[in-house]
Design a protein around this ligand. Sequence first.
Ligand code: FEC
Length: 308
Amino acid sequence: AAGKIGVLVMSYGTPESMDDVEAYYTHIRRGHPPTPEQLTELKDRYEAIVGGVFPLRENTNGQVAGLQDKLDTLAPGQYVCFQGLKHARPYIEDGVEEMAKAGIKKAVGIVLAPHYSVMSVGGYIKRAKEKAEELGIAMSFVEHYHLHPKLIQALTERVTNGLAALAKEAGEAVRTKVLFSAHSLPEKIREMGDPYEKQLLETSAAVAEAAGVTDWQFTWQSAGRTREPWLGPDILDTLAALSEEGVKAVLVAPVGFVSDHLEVLYDLDIEAKAEAEKLGITLDRIAMLNRDPLYMETLAESVMTAAE
Ligand code: FEC
């Protein structure tokens, strides 16, 4: 790979097995082990998701392979992809070490999450940068790609298809709302002037406009179980409010996420769906991007621009 540009593709990471959940959870909690109750509760959520446990690993592997294919088509022989995960092996630092071992001198880092927050993407970049400086790799980064036209197009197609399926299920005439969502973060990011919220609203507005949707709202999901305040309203509260307003069908578009994983397959498909059912609302979710060709092009074009 010497002479090629390295691409460090970074993603959240998921445990490798049920035995590995405790170490994973401890890593997420910055070295503080969960209580036995918290651990059991998280394992139960992994057991409950449809399609087998830990789908995020396979999905991330697929996205890295898909990006490599796309780069090979657009710029043959120029780029080589490596994987680095935030909370599981291979860690971000491991990915940078692999690049160094392969003789890479110049690299681009990109995160499989379109929106920048100092607490999410900023954290990935900081770790990669530190390791790259230590190992003498010159690295640049894609900080966000939340308005890339191909990302917007891919999401718009999913909203359009999702609404058509929902209308068949719930009926054409019922009041339908599109709920864009993303992972909540502690409220303190607001005082820090963080762009996360603004970028999420920009993606949501762009997709709504392209899909011709006027009845939409943004809501948060998957807030952490800590004492500090998290950004709200949470999707469960939003559903209750919508039911008061007479909304009967909801299409959730989790635009802050790019693959099928726990926060989508459990928090939306199981938890939010059950809450909606109680409230008499039919709830569907758009298909996730996973290896969608338009998403792969979004990543490849963003990497190539950052490498210039
Ligand atoms: O499928 C899987 O195995 C992993 C699914 C998963 C994704 C994900 C994405 C994001 N998170 C973000 C922020 C936080 C903050 C905390 C936090 C905690 C958890 C826990 C699990 C978990 N997250 Fe996550 N997140 C995923 C899974 N996340 C499990 C621990 C139990 C729980 O609270 O539910 C709180 C940490 C703390 O305690 O201090 C903050 C953000 C994203 C989206 C951007 C990205 O992908 O990086 C932001 C996928």
